[in-house]
Design a protein around this ligand. Structure first.
Ligand code: GLY
Ligand code: MN
Ligand code: MN
Length: 440
């Protein structure tokens, strides 16, 4: 399920080819599947850059962009058709399918790589290839380069310089097209619905994994290929472990449960966090912390508009959270000094958010080419997700606040005039949440 028109993939490849020029060649490699245990593999997640450039999903594929090449400028090397393999492991497109369905100008079996790829490298000045992901493939690339350099009966024809194709592709990926935004809205909607179901079905005595199951059932039932990341369901002190994924414990009536879950729909991620009282009613202390985080989160979303530098979002959030931590009795001292000394990091150790897209922590620089924090521009998508986490053994914290983690996370698109909250349907006001918990 990756429903974008082929013209969109073609436009993306065109943009990359225009950036690298006719002296350049770019190579993208989809890794093999990984073993999970003995002889069974993890379900394969297609390579994000190859998805972005072609929609192709098979492992062990190489995509080549060689602008203006006589044999066609878009070549693919893919697993070959093999009835026995396909009977056991699933269908393959094969080179013919790559040409017919993925618009490759030329397509080959992956086994032909050594024989054919040097033809594409030959005579190009710059090779755009990412070193360091796969040392065996790196060695093959250097082998082809050496062969082209040390030819006996012809002048050297190896690219003389190496660049990283990620700089080009990942910059393109920072800005989402209208069709991508539609897919992301659908992922956001499905993710929101799943959170609501978890709120409605939550009861004291349930286990964290039951809420995980409710959420992931909804994702898969509506066609999401995967959760976009491992679902986090942490009750009480478990919510203070930022990437808690054991999801094994019983949920008690006096706890707040933090759920960070999003689906990957059409290979675009949703990424939502909600925190709510297992019993359906916050204690006064929990309520104070929740309301503080909520106000900071809403203020951060209100900061989103074109021209605002990314670090301003971070700085404003750190300052507002520091004030909240003072008000809650968790930090003591003058605001400016506490902010300067980054004392908030004890309770808020992460950033305000991240790019969101085909990868949940989506690619793309947070800096401009001059090395300054970049300004937001329309069609960027980011999360806003402040939190406060108070560990169970924090002797500086009031007893009633210990073992409490609150994070609230939404998915935001920068628009021409400000922002659009794609996860607006997921309740977060205290009254809205409390009236839903345990009602199903
Ligand atoms: N779910 C990972 C994150 O919020 O960044
Ligand atoms: Mn998240
Ligand atoms: Mn996130």
């Amino acid at each position: 399920m990756y429903s974008l028109p082929s013209s969109e993939f073609a436009a993306r490849r065109r943009a990359v080819m225009d950036a690298i020029g006719e002296d350049g060649i770019a190579i993208f490699v989809a890794p093999p599947a990984r073993t999970r245990s003995n002889d069974t593999a993890y379900r394969y997640r297609p390579s994000s850059d190859i998805l972005y450039l072609s929609g192709f999903r098979e492992a062990e594929t190489v995509l080549v962009l060689a602008p203006g090449h006589g044999d066609g400028e878009f070549a693919m090397f893919v697993p070959s058709r093999d009835p026995l393999h396909e009977m056991w492991e699933g269908r393959r497109a094969g080179p013919e399918g790559a040409r017919a369905n993925y618009a490759a100008d030329a397509a080959f079996a992956i086994d032909e790589l050594d024989a054919v790829l040097p033809r594409y490298l030959q005579g190009r000045k710059t090779l755009y290839y990412t070193l360091g992901n796969d040392s065996a493939f790196d060695a093959r690339v250097t082998g082809w380069m050496n062969k082209l350099r040390h030819r006996r009966n012809a002048p050297p024809a190896a690219p003389g310089s190496l660049a990283d194709a990620r700089d080009i592709v990942h910059e393109l990926r920072v800005f989402k097209s209208a069709a991508e935004l539609d897919l992301m809205r659908a992922a956001a909607r499905l993710s929101s619905q799943a959170h609501v179901l978890a709120m409605e079905q939550c009861r004291p005595g349930m286990h964290e994994y039951e809420l995980q199951a409710i959420i992931e059932y909804h994702f898969r039932r509506h066609g999401a290929e995967f959760p976009a990341y491992t679902t986090i369901v942490g009750g009480g002190a478990n919510a203070t472990i930022l990437h808690y994924t054991e999801n094994r414990d019983r949920l008690e009536a006096d706890q707040v449960v933090l759920i960070d879950a999003g689906c990957e729909l059409s290979f675009y991620a949703g990424d939502i966090t909600r925190s709510f009282p297992v019993s359906g009613k916050f204690t006064p202390a929990q309520r104070d912390v929740y309301q503080a985080v909520l106000e900071v989160q809403i203020a951060a979303i209100e900061d989103v508009r074109p021209g605002v530098a990314y670090n301003i979002l971070q700085q404003n959030t750190a300052r507002r959270l520091t004030q909240a931590l003072i008000d809650l009795g968790l930090l003591r001292g003058p605001l400016d000094e506490l902010v300067a000394a980054e004392k908030y990091k004890k309770y808020y150790p992460h950033n305000v958010g991240h790019w969101l897209g085909i990868d949940v922590h989506d690619v793309g620089s947070y800096y401009d080419p001059q090395g300054r924090w970049r300004a937001l521009r329309p069609a960027m998508v980011l999360t806003i997700e402040p939190g406060i986490y108070i560990t169970h053994d924090d002797e500086d914290a009031p007893v009633e606040l210990r073992g409490l983690g609150i994070r609230i996370e939404d998915n935001i698109v920068v628009t021409e005039t400000g922002y659009e909250n794609m996860t607006i349907d997921c309740p977060k006001q205290i009254a809205q949440i409390e009236e839903r918990i345990g009602t199903a």
